[in-house]
Design a protein around this ligand. Structure first.
Ligand code: ADP
Length: 447
């Protein structure tokens, strides 16, 4: 097992990883920017190293400084959290070259899944169902027309290097295709320095359903069930739940089995998430994330298994603590992402939190790095905490969520808590009856 883990992240996820390390008796080092000197994870860590000024590129993305911090403190492993360097293959390779363990998959697996065309090809080869579309990059309009006619309109043009929902264009008819292709290529080139794009069938009313997987490092793969993350705004997840209200046990076992086998065949090691769009009973692969996800606590709630413990175990060569047959699903969990944002306009609302009171009681978990008197710096994303609620079934979970939201107090800044208080009272949400467009439509109505 590792002696000392360096946590290369900030905010709630840095604290989340720190807690897991403490439980496992592993020493912790955190790195932080000058803007985060007062952060909770810095206060609670065994050691901290300031690695630079506030902008991420000079601190949390500065590979050289992070490797230097490992060498100074003698850390033997790095947990990257999510975002920042968590899906940076070069970072994984550089750490390996310094004999420091990257708590995540190999650089090669990160690279494959980071290129969406390559990822889709790999998924297909591994027997994962994919969205019908081009078999690789498309450059010629003629070719685009042929493929679109074959799969049928509407189609979506997506950037191979894409991320965060950027570089995507929908063409509803052949007349839209030329402009969509050109715009997507130009946008992809400007945003990612790579103008490769591909075409796939545009699904009109899908749900976003993702499967949590793990490779144990010895060639075995397991799945921890699915999460439904269909409630999104601008492709950003807002509310996540497990299990999905749309799946039955047979569908869950089928897609889970396909994913676990794919992970084993790939020789993948560590945590991963295979994301699908789901429509009319069919799953369509869209991408794989080779890291821990923001929404991992809903899976932890229904399985009772600490996924960060498992990541650390696997990275240290100790394998998983569970086999597939040990993973049982119990009840229902919902996560609300609480952002420091105006709940109507979603503009960021940094500043000082004058009062922070979290709900408690059975089935309630709050993952947050903030506290009363904490000043939210304006440099990073606006997630200030996650409320995760568990109940024996979805009805009990929703009742408990409503109560927990009533107890939650964040004064001094604007947050998205009022949005969740609205959602929890909505009939469609109560029925689990929503697709990936539901939230945007709801917000547009201004209810
Ligand atoms: P990114 O990596 O940029 O987030 P994804 O491939 O994960 O890109 O897609 C992001 C979102 O775009 C999906 O959650 C979905 O809302 C939408 N999307 C992507 N592909 C399709 C498709 N074929 N049909 C309909 N919507 C899609």
């Amino acid at each position: 097992m590792f002696q000392k883990i360096l946590i290369a992240n900030r905010g709630e996820i840095a604290l989340r990883v720190l807690r897991a390390c403490k439980e496992l008796g592993i020493q912790t080092v955190v790195v932080h920017s000058t803007a985060d000197a007062d952060a909770m994870h810095v206060r609670l860590a065994d050691e901290s190293v300031c690695i630079g000024p506030p902008p991420s590129r000079d601190s949390y993305l500065n590979i050289h400084q992070i490797v230097a911090a490992c060498e100074i403190t003698g850390a033997d492993a790095v947990h990257p959290g999510y975002g920042f360097l968590s899906e940076n293959a070069k970072f994984a390779d550089i750490l390996a070259a310094h004999n420091i363990t990257f708590i995540g998959p190999s650089g090669d697996h990160i690279r494959i899944m980071g290129d969406k065309i390559e990822a889709k090809r790999t998924a297909k080869r591994l027997g994962i169902p994919v969205v019908p579309g081009s078999d690789g990059a498309v450059t010629e309009e003629k070719e685009a027309r042929r493929i679109a006619a074959e799969i049928g309109y509407p189609v979506i043009i997506k950037a191979s290097a894409g991320g965060g929902g950027r570089g995507m264009k929908v063409a509803h008819t052949e007349a839209d295709l030329e402009v969509a292709l050109q715009t997507a290529r130009t946008e992809a080139g400007a945003a990612f320095g790579d103008d490769a794009v591909y075409i796939e069938k545009y699904l009109e009313k899908p749900r976003h359903i993702e499967v949590q997987v793990f490779g144990d490092g010895f060639g075995q793969g397991v799945h921890f069930g699915e999460r439904d993350c269909s409630l999104q705004r601008r492709h950003q997840k807002v509310w996540e739940e497990a299990p999905s209200p749309a799946l039955n046990a047979e569908e869950r076992a089928r897609i889970g089995g396909i994913c676990a086998k794919a992970i084993a065949d790939l020789g993948y090691s560590g945590a991963g998430t295979i994301e699908f769009l789901y429509e009319n009973g069919e799953f369509y692969f869209i991408e794989m994330n080779t890291r821990l996800q923001v929404e991992h606590p809903v899976t932890e709630a229904i399985t009772g298994i600490d996924l960060v413990h498992e990541q650390i175990r696997v990275a240290s060569g100790g394998g998983l603590s569970v086999r597939q047959e040990d993973i049982k699903f119990n009840g229902h969990a919902i996560e609300c992402r609480i952002n420091a944002e105006d709940p109507r306009t979603f503009t960021p609302s940094p500043g000082t939190i004058t009062h922070f009171h979290t709900p408690g009681g059975l089935g309630i978990r709050v993952d947050s790095g903030v506290y009363s008197g904490y000043k939210i710096p304006p440099y990073y994303d606006s997630l200030i905490g996650k409320l995760i609620v568990h109940g024996r079934n979805r009805v009990e979970c929703m009742m408990r969520l409503r109560r927990a939201l009533d107890e939650f107090v964040v004064d001094g800044i604007k947050t998205t808590l009022p949005l969740f208080r609205d959602l929890v009272g909505n009939a469609d949400i109560a029925n689990g009856d929503y697709d990936i467009h539901w939230l945007e439509k709801y917000l547009a109505k201004g209810e």
